[in-house]
Design a protein around this ligand. Sequence first.
Ligand code: M6R
Length: 608
Amino acid sequence: MCGIVGAIARRNVSKILIEGLSRLEYRGYDSSGVAINNEEGVYSHRAVGKVQALKDKFEVQPLDGKMGIAHTRWATHGKPTEANAHPHFSGDDLALVHNGIIENHEPLRRELKDKGYEFKSETDTEVIVHLIHDAMKTQPDLLKAVQVTLTKLHGAFAIGVVQKDDNDRFIAARKGSPLVVGVGIEENFVASDQLALLHVTDQFIFLEEGDVVEVSRDGVSIYDAKGDLQERPISVFNHNIDATDKGEFRHYMMKEIYEQPKVISACLEGRISESKVLTSCFGADSAFLKEVENVHIVACGTSYHAGMVAKYWIEDLAGIPCSVEVASEYRYRKVAVPKKTLFLTLSQSGETADTLAALRMAKELGYLTTLAICNVPSSTLVRESALTLLTNAGPEIGVASTKAFTTQLTALLITSVAIAVENGLSAEKEKALVQALRSLPAHVNDALLQDAHIKEVADRFANKHNALFLGRGTMYPIALEGSLKLKEISYIHAEAYPAGELKHGPLALVDEDMPIIALVPHNDMLDKLKSNLQEVAARGGELYVFADKDTDLNNEENIIFTEVPKVDSILEPIVHTIPLQLLSYHVAVVKGTDVDQPRNLAKSVTVE
Ligand code: M6R
């Protein structure tokens, strides 16, 4: 989604801003722009397409100045055109960048038009800059005019504003969309996330909801929603900076797929002993584990699929009811909350608008407590949840979630066992599960050894237009995740079904043009699944089977077989995910799509 970078320094900031935008490219966008302040005024370049198009404009006509704001836009109101790209101006006095959506932009636009303001774009953003301009007629101080304006806006936003003839400060604010301050030496910055500023600082201040910040070379002054000056702590970014580097890999996605053994180990570290789950991993307040009688899991996209797997684990191991719901549905319905229910959110980014809204709603509904399983320690979701279990996957840059998903599953399995222990799971069974978890990184590594074979399988997919994924039990959510991954990056239409549903409808689709991807774990559903495969084979369908050797399945007519390591059945959903990630990746490479930044998608979905 949209990304913001702002900078003020004693040096030219244009390169800092553009490098910041390049670092935000992974979030997804369709146009970009920069405004630079200098002694003569505020000047800007805007371009449609990649940040490279903006760089090309700077090559032709450099803009130099010691303060500026920059933006990558993911179109919501108005097409991705240069006119709709940010920054937006009010006259030549003010320039503004904005992330989020202003829900009441239509009445505001009408009011401003009545006052004589002319609109040059179709965006909701343009109302903000004119409103600030209008407020300055009675309140000439930019900071105060911004504070007045924010009270008129409905919706979620983060903004950055610069003013002509004021080269010593800019103003930024956040409500509902992320914004972080980067603290330097005689230079300071803001950005939508820390990664955008790692080339200039590793010290960050996380703004809270409603904060307005005045950013100058010598420091930052932060005002809360009431207008009171606040001190906010500085945190040091402690990930290895190489985490944002592709290294030897062609795409971030492939790098992140290959990082999984390492990051799953990081997720397990300090959370399990030789034989037990260490409940201290939930923080000082792990007493909820003894009390919880129900679990509600809420998430979006891939994170939702992780939650679906956890439902099987929690009900099977702990024997307590668990429901899973997509956040965009949960947040708009009346939810019945049984006594002693844990509200559990899952999110890679911790900034997904629907998940955050669901959490805020849940806090009013009498849940036992709120637990976030999240990858970004500084995220809004983590800060607003009572308890957190970090997935420790490190920055995930590829839009298609890979290592974030398998570490979510790892964290969920830890959580499921911890809840189960308080619900009668024997010490012996706990030890067996913990030992299975300890073996997980090695099994994921073994699954990656099929990469070359899967690359060959992917060649057969390049000319397909549809695909059907089948699984039973915990393999059903993995089938959903496999189909999401394939459609997301290769643009092949894919669906997933519980295999038992085949004859209730989707079998009608099966013919020699429809590849069927079957996830076949070696468990007590094996014979049932084999019957489902027979039904497909009998209709000429081409079967791509992912199974371990002991299933007795193999390459034969109509079956393209990929071996998946034989593991404890509890680990099967995690280990079976790996070949599906590799399949989607290689299909996308064959098709020549933009693997890391698929069309129309954003990494961090900060608007509804
Ligand atoms: O950051 P989150 O985990 O909350 O994001 C939720 C979804 O937007 C995300 O999982 C999306 O489905 C992925 N791009 C899928 O690969």
